[in-house]
Design a protein around this ligand. Sequence first.
Ligand code: C2E
Ligand code: CA
Ligand code: CA
Ligand code: CA
Length: 279
Amino acid sequence: AKELGRNNLQVFTEEMAAKAHEKLKQQEELRQALARQEFFLQFQPQMNLATGRVFAAEALLRWRHPERGTVSPAAFIPLAEETGLIVPIGDWVLRAACRQARAWQDEGLPPLIISVNVSARQFRERNWAAHVAAILTETGLDPFRLELELTESLIMQDVPGAIATMHELQAIGVHLAIDDFGTGYSSLSALKRFPVRRLKIDRSFVADIPTDLDDNAITAAIISLARNLGLRVIAEGVENQAQVEFLRQSGCDEIQGYFFSRPLSAPDFEALMLQPRFS
Ligand code: C2E
Ligand code: CA
Ligand code: CA
Ligand code: CA
């Protein structure tokens, strides 16, 4: 038994060493990915249920890895957060998204809002709002064309600090949305103090409507909460017609999800927008 224990320990430490090594390697690859221009964006349309028009696109980060092919953000954002690399990466995303939105404007696409995900590390950078303003100036995008998606957990880490930064962003003309709404712990009393324009109902609630009665109740409650607070509300992860009908009947303003469109490359998004029914 003693012998076995020692072997197990040895295997264990070797495994740990291998894991640590793998992590270091990934960290280094992630660091180099920016310089090697391996990141790119996809754009998922957001549709207004009343008009059927695409009014916005969410920019979603992708990594074209030299060996592993396209890597999803879920696989590398946590490491990027942990190492702080999310700050320069997020900066790249914001700049690239604004530049793309401005290019579409110049090409005569219908007016669009570009929505960009923000991580806590980025949001807490000193003078971040001024930095966002500088990127808007640099790329020539009108501030009201940019919407930043903040998660509840980001806001709840430091509510007064977050509200102050949110007001600074609002002052430069940028709009804000709360992403993954319902999954965090933002108190309803705090919500009314957040200068946000839109709530995004988390995909986990949308997935099983209209068959899961609890999810129906939660989704309908979020929609009516948003409406009563004068906020717009969008459901994410909408995959089928039954969900659309439930959301429509519950008074949801907008949808995003595979039902309407997967995230698209920039040229594919552009082609979609140039179809007569969206312009
Ligand atoms: P998120 O902000 O909740 O983004 C929505 C995710 O849902 C995207 O996954 C999108 O592809 C996926 N999705 C959209 N429609 C559907 C649907 O109908 N069904 C299902 N099952 N999924 C759908 P993606 O692109 O893999 O991104 C995952 C997460 O990574 C995002 O979740 C966001 O938290 C994060 N992320 C993506 N891009 C960025 C970024 O530029 N910066 C930061 N900080 N985070 C990012
Ligand atoms: Ca998002
Ligand atoms: Ca989300
Ligand atoms: Ca989500």
